[in-house]
Design a protein around this ligand. Structure first.
Ligand SMILES: Cc1cc2nc3c(=O)[nH]c(=O)nc-3n(C[C@H](O)[C@H](O)[C@H](O)COP(=O)(O)OP(=O)(O)OC[C@H]3O[C@@H](n4cnc5c(N)ncnc54)[C@H](O)[C@@H]3O)c2cc1C
Ligand code: HEM
Length: 395
């Protein structure tokens, strides 16, 4: 809870901080990476930094947290904190690193806002930062304690399958021959690879196999570049260099886009492109758990040839007592599938449906709006973003 005087100060300075967020963010990262280059090389996603995409997420979420504290002081934004804590835990973020972020973030704030940062203003925002940081540290501590695995574990690729021209599936077992621990359908692991220049870069990949299958499976889409942007570093590294017998470093499974175990709740699983990966694991879990209520599978892709894991998606859906699969392709749609972008107008949506979404942001925005129009409660719509979650920063 924010102290009374700080509430007034934060409320009064929120507009100025919000307006300067872009500049604060830029100086914060520049200062932090100049002082601690290893953080950019071995922890942060340097592609996101170069493209500017993750930058707003961290500072933006602090502003969103501050807004929440002053508007709804009695409620904690647990969903936002949990989402960030899972991401941090998958990266191995430590409590000590919060002091580093604090130092450089507050230096940037003082730099950008100048004399407006009186001792009173600095103290109020300090309070916001540490309230959030301590909440995250506590959540992350619990996640680390609950995890049954070391933070980074070596896994051997026991099989590599070309799903489509651009998607490869890797099946992995612990290199030490130890047991494969379980995960909750929808969760992801971080994969850490050493690149040609010695940098160790980390990316997240959803687990795309059945939770109890005894192997860990990820399906990676190669991110191609163009004139303005280079090829994605880690996805291309995995495609070009990692074969059966090679070893990868994986984090324990994390992520809060998971199913609860109510077998009588109607579900709608909507994905587009490589967003199919957590949905396949969810379908596998539902089939295994004997989910009785209707399950509606919705998937959109550019073409059937680009639709990864389609056979698994349809096979697991086929094992459910009450399921329907609706497919959309922008081109080459076969009989039984639709042409164009996902349109739920003629898809039955049962009352009380809970929806899980994964795909590009425009897809999720569109599906979310359609579901709300069809009477699905916003609180029943859950999503995963395969990149920096900028929705978080919007609170
Ligand atoms: C929770 C979660 C689950 C995920 N699950 C999956 C999954 O199951 N399967 C999957 O394939 N992916 C998944 N992803 C995405 C994955 O983590 C990576 O983001 C993806 O593989 C791209 O990583 P990369 O290293 O290849 O690209 P990066 O090197 O990170 O590049 C990303 C983008 O930034 C651009 N970029 C880089 N440098 C610059 C620059 N200097 N200027 C302009 N643009 C630049 C690149 O062109 C590219 O478009 C998931 C992500 C998250 C967060
Ligand atoms: C109160 C302090 C912090 C806040 C509010 C915060 C917030 C966030 C948010 C919102 C994201 C994006 C989550 C998502 O996309 O799902 C994120 C990602 C991340 N955070 Fe934090 N964070 C904090 C502290 C830290 C610290 C101390 C570190 C370690 C030095 C750190 C490292 C990262 C990394 C590496 C990512 C992934 C981004 C990328 O690789 O591009 N964060 N954080």
């Amino acid at each position: 809870m924010l102290s009374e005087p700080s509430v007034a100060t934060v409320r009064a300075t929120l507009p100025a901080v919000g307006a300067a967020l872009g500049e604060i963010t830029e100086r914060f990262y520049a200062g932090m990476f100049a002082a601690r280059p290893e953080l950019l090389r071995d922890l942060f996603n340097r592609g996101n930094q170069a493209a500017g995409t993750q930058r707003q997420a961290l500072a933006g979420s602090i502003a969103a947290f501050a807004t929440h504290l002053v508007d709804q002081p009695d409620r904690r934004p647990d969903a936002m904190l949990s989402r960030i804590a899972h991401k941090h835990a998958s990266l191995g973020v430590t409590p000590e690193q919060y002091a580093i972020v604090h130092e450089h973030l507050f230096a940037a704030i003082a730099d950008v806002l100048g004399e407006a940062v009186t001792p009173e203003v600095a103290a109020a925002w300090d309070e916001v930062y540490w309230l959030m940081a301590n909440a995250l540290v506590a959540l992350e501590k619990r996640l680390y304690e609950e995890s049954e695995e070391p933070e980074w574990r070596r896994w051997e690729v026991v099989e590599r399958v070309a799903d489509t021209d651009d998607v490869a599936t890797f099946r992995l077992r612990p290199a030490d021959g130890g047991a494969v621990t379980g995960f909750r359908a929808g969760q992801y692991v971080s994969v850490r690879v050493e690149l040609a220049d010695g940098a160790r870069q980390i990316r997240q990949y959803s687990l795309s196999g059945a939770p109890g299958s005894g192997v860990r499976q990820i399906s990676v889409k190669r991110v191609g570049g163009d004139a303005a942007s280079p090829d994605g570093e880690v996805s291309n590294h995995l495609h070009a260099r990692v074969r059966e017998g090679d070893v990868l470093e994986l984090s324990a499974p994390y992520g809060d886009l998971v199913l609860d175990d109510a077998t009588d709740t109607p579900l709608l699983l909507a994905s587009a492109g490589i967003g199919v990966t957590p949905m396949v694991a969810m379908l596998a879990h539902l089939a295994e758990a004997g989910h009785r209520a209707p399950v509606t599978v919705v998937h959109g892709d550019r073409s059937p040839a680009e639709h990864a894991l389609r056979a698994d998606q349809e096979a697991y859906a086929g094992k459910l007592p009450d399921s329907a699969v609706h497919l959309w392709y922008e081109q080459d749609a076969p009989a039984g599938a639709h042409t164009g972008l996902v349109d739920l107008a003629r898809v039955p949506v049962a009352p009380g449906t809970r929806a899980y979404l994964c795909g590009p942001l425009p897809f999720m925005r569109s599906v979310r709006a359609q579901l709300i129009e069809r009477g699905v409660a916003p609180a029943d719509i859950h999503y995963e973003v395969f990149g920096p979650d900028l929705w978080i920063a919007q609170g």
